[in-house]
Design a protein around this ligand. Structure first.
Ligand code: HEM
Length: 275
């Protein structure tokens, strides 16, 4: 997991055929700055380790969030339509959304927040150890105890999120249509806590937001049909332990229009050529 991707990126770079990736960018920067020196070997080792950790911690988690997003869109078509209407208004049919668009897409931002809340990717978080005796709400917690944060419970607390089982992005919007900062931000819970808080949380938020925006801009999302031609029944049920994934993921994605299909083809083509 750690070496394969990085070595491939290095080989592609050495052959003069670099593929667009974070590894490629780092390899290019290290070679420009350090040439083929001993320092360069150390820098490559560090880059390979960092990217290996990012891949291990970031791929299953982010793809679980994308799967939950697809379930939510198929189960709550009204939300899907509202987000698509906003994208049509702000981005228009001629191009894919860009990172710069995100600040002008409050409903889409609310959808992303609701994805992180509705089916938390790590429902019981990652255990932490208490480094000193502590008291919390009358409970004595001795040094060395393992503490497990009930992220699911916090993100489904009806005091902060009324009717928590519903996928309702509007809960994050104020009467002015902008994100209401007084509503508890689920990303302050879903990525863990303290000094071991998720190191990839900003990267992940950006990647998830642009993925959600691009998918909604170009596809209609439905449950799809099973092998006997009946619509697949979707629920918010999950399987898994540390990382929760929906049991059933929608397979009914259709391009919203011919121009949307063209945008997807044109967007993917340069990367296909590199494979
Ligand atoms: C939806 C996506 C993600 C979720 C829900 C998530 C969640 C978490 C959680 C709950 C932790 C443990 C925090 C704690 O101990 O309290 C964690 C740790 C970590 N995450 Fe993420 N993560 C996601 C994506 C990513 C991505 C994309 C990366 C890298 C690019 C990443 C890198 C890391 C690393 C390196 C740690 C360990 C931090 C440490 O122990 O100091 N994560 N993540």
């Amino acid at each position: 997991m750690k070496t394969k991707g990085y070595k491939e990126a290095q080989a592609a770079h050495d052959a003069g055929l670099p593929r667009a990736s974070i590894a490629s960018t780092l390899i290019q920067q290290i070679q420009t700055r350090y040439g083929r020196s001993e320092e360069s070997e150390d820098r490559h080792e560090v880059a390979m380790n960092v990217l290996g950790i990012a891949y291990a911690a970031g791929s299953d988690t982010t793809s679980a969030a994308v799967e939950s997003f697809l379930v939510a869109m198929a189960m709550f078509p009204g939300v899907q339509k509202k987000a698509q209407d906003e994208l049509d208004r702000v981005v228009g049919p001629g191009r894919l959304p860009e990172y710069e668009d995100l600040t002008n897409l409050p409903y889409l931002s609310a959808v992303t927040l609701e994805v992180m809340r509705w089916i938390p990717v790590t429902p019981i978080g990652v255990p932490h150890a208490v480094i000193a005796d502590d008291n919390y709400n009358g409970y004595y917690i001795p040094k060395g105890s393992a503490v497990i944060a009930n992220q699911w419970g916090m993100l489904h607390n009806p005091v902060d999120y009324p009717e928590p089982e519903l996928f309702r992005p509007e809960r994050f919007l104020g009467s002015d249509g902008k994100i209401n900062r007084t509503v508890r931000d689920p990303t302050t819970i879903a990525f863990g806590f303290g000094r071991r808080i998720c190191a990839g949380r900003y990267f992940s938020n950006n990647a998830l937001s642009i993925c959600i925006a691009s998918t909604l801009h170009t596809f209609n999302i439905q449950a799809g049909l099973d092998s006997s031609g009946k619509p697949v029944k979707l629920t918010s049920e999950m399987f898994g332990g540390l990382i929760a994934k929906p049991k059933e993921v929608p397979c009914g994605l259709t391009p919203r229009s011919d121009s949307a299909a063209r945008l997807v083809r044109d967007g993917v083509l340069p990367y296909r050529r590199q494979i």
